[in-house]
Structure formats: structure tokens, C-alpha cells
Design a protein around this ligand. Sequence first.
Ligand SMILES: [Cu+2]
Length: 147
Amino acid sequence: MQKILGLFLFGIVLLTNIEAKDYEIKMLDMDKKGHTMVFDPPFLQIQPGDTITFIPTHKSHFAQSKVIPDGAEHFLSPLDQKTTFQLNQEGVYLYVCPPHQMMNMVGIIQVGKAVNMQEIRSALPKLERKAMTNKGRFLEYAKQIQE
Ligand SMILES: [Cu+2]
């Protein structure tokens, strides 16, 4: 009986590991559609425990979280370095590329359910105001959030 239980638990651990996924986000001077200073993809929906990896395809970019769910940890990738973060806390994360925030190089990650929409709604217009070019991106990406 104990053996069976052991196998069962081992199976659950395996299953959990298989199901956690990694998502790559490229940091680009220009994407295929001609968008300048852009994360690709700029919006992701993932599950708690999944990881995101920022890929420095082009130089002089990095990623920094700006608004995160309660209890979550902020992330900050070093300049020009491939970096992976695990997002365990459910909710919506807003992040930017600090050197190109004026060009609205920004992104959104939804982890599980969008539990912090009130905070996100008030933060989006404030972050948008920092953009001198590529205006409206944050609001456009936010349309993909599943509520
Ligand atoms: Cu950048």
C-alpha cells in the first residue's frame, strides 16, 4: 500500500514539473511588424509556477517590474543578460525596459487570475503618461487581460 502511495506521489511531482512552462520574451529594437523598442511577445498569460525568460536579442535592454500583485516579488534583469524569473503569485504584472520607457517599451504578464485589476487600472494611465512615443501600448496590451 505504501509503495502504491509513494508511486502516486512521485507521479504528482513529475506531472507538476512537466506542466510548469518557460516562456521566452525577446527584447528587440524592432520586431517583424516594424514596432520599435518592443518586447516580443508584449503580453503573456501564464500559470503560477511558470517561468519567463528575457532574451537580449538586441543590445541595451533589460526588464523591470513596476506593478505586481500583493505578495509577489519584483523582478529586475541585468542589462543585456538572459534572465529567467519564476512567477508564483497570481495576478497581473506590469513591467518596462527602463532605458526605453519613454518609447513605451513595456509589457504585461497575467499569472493565473487577474486578481489585482483595481490597482492595474489605476496604474496603467500613469505609466502611459511616461511615454513620449509609441503611446497607447500599455492600454492596447491590457485589452488581452482575461478577467
Ligand atoms: Cu529597451
